[in-house]
Design a binder for this molecule. Sequence first.
Ligand SMILES: [Cu+2]
Length: 176
Amino acid sequence: MTRMTRALALAGAMMVAGSAYAQPVKLGALTITSPWVRPTPPGAPSAAGYLNIVNHGSVTDRLVGATTPDAASVQVHEMSMTSNGVMKMRPVPGGLAIPPGKTVALAPGGYHLMIIGPTQEFKAGESVPVTLIFKHAGKVAVSFPVANGPAKPAGAMGAMPGMTMGAMPGKAPAKP
Ligand SMILES: [Cu+2]
């Protein structure tokens, strides 16, 4: 899995971090935190990806799509309850709005990235390279760790604007 190796090498060169600890990714007025993808069984037709998106700007942006070399396609989905009480999911029309000053969570039971046609099993401890596409902010590459839940947040520091790599803690704080 050459791509993952390269992503890990790049991550290693940029920071000393635990593998389960995802750094916030900044793109213009947006900050992306806690990306993760659920592990898949062999031959799974799809996988789900989750993340949080913070908009520090003054205008609404939109997550309009995503791509990954590890799957056929990626869609931004929402869950909704039908009139007969069945949960269904469907692409978010026009993309997912990220209002100014707000954090939008893609999380189990709600919005998610639908990763369709994975080219391989997604195994815990690996990561999936995803390029997120925003209407205004443009594109950004984010490495999604494969795990059964989001990595531990970096605490308040993780959301600080203008924070540099050098200021990052080497490891997520230990849980008391
Ligand atoms: Cu879906």
